[in-house]
Design a protein around this ligand. Structure first.
Ligand code: NCD
Ligand code: ZN
Length: 356
């Protein structure tokens, strides 16, 4: 049976709930890419040095706002980087600022710029207590750093070794398991039915476009493909299918977070290349492709524009965006600090285009 083919889709203006904007000169590029596609974004704090307190977050926010293209109303939602020395009082300051919306937990050494991350979860318990009390969400990079654990198993082992315990010990803490990549993570999130006083879930997950579109085969098709290397690393096809099922299920615990993580071409195409995929410039078109392949375009709006805002207790955006079925070729490279940068799927043709 021939499926009806939409020629355009209109969505409430979406948000990106997990984004790396970097800093300084990079902001000219990164803020413009995201402001074209999204109204708001949760901005990751893994700068060098990381954003560890409210004062730094407010300064960083100011630099982002200054870098916006003329006329843009894009709103960065700031986060703090949890360290072994973060104090509970910082959570109170963060909450009172109105500009800091979450705290990010990177297990030390798990990913790019995570050297200052948490070495021992027990040390973070007083901070988790304060977050639970103030309704400040904890965003988790859910991978163990134990070198004995296979890199493809690190997310599943993190859930068993750490997340179960955090969930148990802080039952009212709002948690986002970021950029999930496995069937185990999707099931874990689905099994957690607890909601807060407003009826919103206490545990949710973001899902990237690249984890919906690709299995780990993409990293090795015909040679090493560094632009498909990110953390958590792409997994087997059965995991990709589990993520697609979760994202397109209409379950409010799964929402959009690109994890667009720009690194200049020279830092990716190297003997020890950086982890991170650049998806921000074509994010919605990539998600549309993934949802259409799953026959679930009608579920894209809630995933991209409703569930994240609801989870964070923020209003859904006014206004709409339109995607048209007009093919566009993703450029081979884009200008960026340090020369140029290669977007995900460079040189390939997307079925959809965002109407400017
Ligand atoms: C991110 C980065 O480059 O900052 N890299 C990545 O592969 N996703 C860090 C992260 O989110 O893990
Ligand atoms: Zn990230």
């Amino acid at each position: 049976m021939q499926q009806f083919q939409h020629t355009q889709i209109t969505l409430a203006r979406p948000d990106d709930w997990h984004l790396h904007l970097r800093d300084d000169a990079a902001l000219t590029y990164t803020v413009a890419w995201t402001a074209t596609q999204f109204a708001r974004a949760i901005v990751m704090p893994n700068l060098k040095p990381p954003v560890v307190n409210t004062a730094q977050a407010l300064e960083y926010r100011h630099r982002i706002l200054t870098a916006r293209p003329k006329g843009s109303s894009f709103q960065p939602l700031m986060t703090l980087y949890l360290t072994d020395t973060t104090l509970p009082a910082e959570i109170e300051r963060a909450k009172a600022s109105g500009a800091v919306h979450a705290v990010k937990l990177y297990p030390a050494g798990a990913t790019t710029n995570s050297a200052s991350g948490v070495t021992d979860l027990d040390r973070a318990y007083p901070v988790f207590e304060a977050m639970q009390q103030h309704g400040m969400p904890l965003l988790i990079h859910g991978e163990v750093t134990d070198p004995e654990v296979d890199v493809f198993d690190r997310e599943a082992v993190f859930i068993e070794r750490h997340l179960l315990r955090i969930r148990h010990d802080f039952p009212a803490l709002k948690i986002v398991l970021e950029h999930i990549t496995t069937a185990q993570a999707a099931s874990f999130v689905r099994e957690q039915a607890a909601v807060d006083a407003r009826g919103t879930p206490l545990l949710a997950a973001t899902i990237t476009a690249h984890h919906l579109l690709y299995s780990r085969n993409a990293m090795f098709s015909g040679g090493m493909r560094p632009h498909y290397y990110c953390l958590p690393v792409l997994k087997r096809e059965r995991h990709r299918l589990a993520l697609v099922a979760a994202a397109t299920s209409g379950d409010a615990r799964f929402f959009l977070g690109t994890d667009s993580a720009p690194h200049a071409r020279a830092l990716k195409e190297a003997a020890c290349g950086c982890a991170g995929c650049l998806t921000a410039p074509h994010a919605l078109e990539l998600y549309a492709q993934a949802f259409e392949q799953a026959g679930a375009l009608d579920r894209l709006e809630a995933f991209a524009s409703h569930f994240g805002a609801d989870f964070y207790g923020l209003p859904r955006n006014p206004g709409q965006i339109t995607l048209r079925r007009v093919p566009q070729c993703i450029p081979e490279h884009l200008p960026y600090v340090g020369g140029d940068i290669v977007p995900l799927d460079a040189g390939q043709t997307l079925a959809w285009s965002l109407v400017a």
